[in-house]
Write a protein that binds this ligand. Structure first.
Ligand code: SF4
Ligand code: SF4
Length: 362
């Protein structure tokens, strides 16, 4: 039986407040029995609070509605994200007064409040889970769906895998991908053909040394082919290792909760090509879609990606150096990375099957 995913649309059927997203969200949450899930529980609402002058993260009004629904169900919510994002969150409108719940850094103010779990996946030996996630009784994974240079899509999986751990663990997960790029200094003649032939500005030379920006790379292999000395080798499977590392980190975070205590809400508005961590906002690549929610991470992620794919690309929305090339999902055309792979890796390790039935909220 496919998992239920509820959907509140951004496009109102009628011109009255009751038909618009905030009140549709409120009605949608009412269908999920928060009392059974959250009564008397400490509920971590894990968000990406963005940075600097970004304004495309989940709007405080929507967060306030979710906080209200948790409280109405008897839960004790708090908002949480990385220490840096929490310390500057008030600059983007996220305060305890506005949201109705306190904000706490996910792994403490020094990013050192963690619980370690051994995972032994390639170079990722352990993950340090954020203490305020492990100590919570329940969690709402409140994500903003958008493109991402390293994983194609940033939604619930990215929010947990990179957001419910400390900084060093994040670095180790990224390393699973960056380790796939090799440059042999002894063979390199400094001809710069790799730089000239990279269509994505992903090869740079600093003080005579070549390095790669995995965020920009689309795995076209032009640099490796163009190199006359055989100094470059790129292991394309590095991308899948990175996605698998994210799945492992996600599984460890979800494992700390009793069954049925985690709920996923993904907002699909202001769908920019870049992650919110850039600290600025660029134009939306498709029209606003709405909000999806459910209790299966793979079902919610798949529904979010399918809904983005069903929308029309907004011409002129991509800023330099991004461009659409190749085939596949729109986000794959932009970033060269299949955004569904992170879901496939989660499915492989038992986090659901990704099948869903979409129930539209009226
Ligand atoms: S594989 Fe393609 S996109 Fe990646 S660094 Fe090489 S030339 Fe650039
Ligand atoms: S193309 Fe090969 S030899 Fe030329 S600069 Fe790049 S790595 Fe060095």
């Amino acid at each position: 039986m496919p998992d239920k995913v509820t959907f509140a649309s951004s496009k109102p059927k009628e011109l009255r407040a009751d038909a618009t997203l905030p009140l549709l969200l409120d009605r949608m949450l009412g269908k999920w029995n928060f009392k059974k899930r959250f009564n008397e529980k400490r509920v971590a609402i894990k968000m990406h609070l963005g940075g600097n002058v970004g304004y495309s993260t989940v709007h405080p009004l929507l967060v306030r509605i979710i906080v209200g629904a948790v409280k109405a169900g008897g839960g004790k919510p708090f908002i949480t994200d990385s220490p840096g994002a929490v310390s500057s969150a008030h600059e983007r409108g996220y305060t305890a007064e506005v949201l109705g719940a306190p904000l706490h850094p996910v792994a403490g103010v020094a990013d050192a409040f963690t619980y370690s779990r051994r995972v032994n996946y390639r170079t990722l030996k352990k993950v340090n889970l954020a203490g305020n996630i492990v100590d919570a009784d329940a969690m709402i994974v409140l994500s903003h769906g958008k493109g991402h240079g390293q994983s194609g899509f940033g939604g619930a999986i990215k929010n947990i895998a990179m957001g419910c751990v400390d900084g060093p663990t994040r670095g180790q997960i990224h390393r699973l991908m960056s380790a796939a790029f090799e440059w042999d200094e002894a063979k390199c003649t400094g001809c710069r053909l790799c730089i000239d032939n990279c269509p994505n500005n992903a090869v740079i030379m600093t003080d005579g040394k070549i390095s790669f920006i995995d965020h920009h790379c689309k795995y076209c292999m032009h640099c490796e082919i163009a190199c006359p000395s055989g100094a470059i080798s790129i292991d394309q499977s590095g991308y899948r290792h990175f996605q698998h590392g994210m799945a492992v980190s996600t599984r460890e975070a979800l494992r700390t909760f009793e069954p049925g205590r985690v709920f996923f809400i993904t907002e699909l508005q202001h769908i920019t090509p870049y992650c919110d961590c850039w600290g600025f906002t660029t134009p939306s690549i498709v029209p606003d879609i709405g909000i999806v929610a459910g209790d299966s991470i793979c079902a919610v992620e798949t529904a979010a990606l399918d809904l983005i794919e069903a929308e029309n690309f907004i011409e002129g929305s991509l800023t330099h150096p991004l461009k659409r090339t190749g085939s596949g999902h729109l986000l794959q055309q932009i970033h060269g990375k299949d955004p569904y792979i992170q879901i496939e890796e989660c499915i492989k390790i038992g986090l659901g099957d990704g099948k869903y039935r979409l129930v539209k909220v009226k």
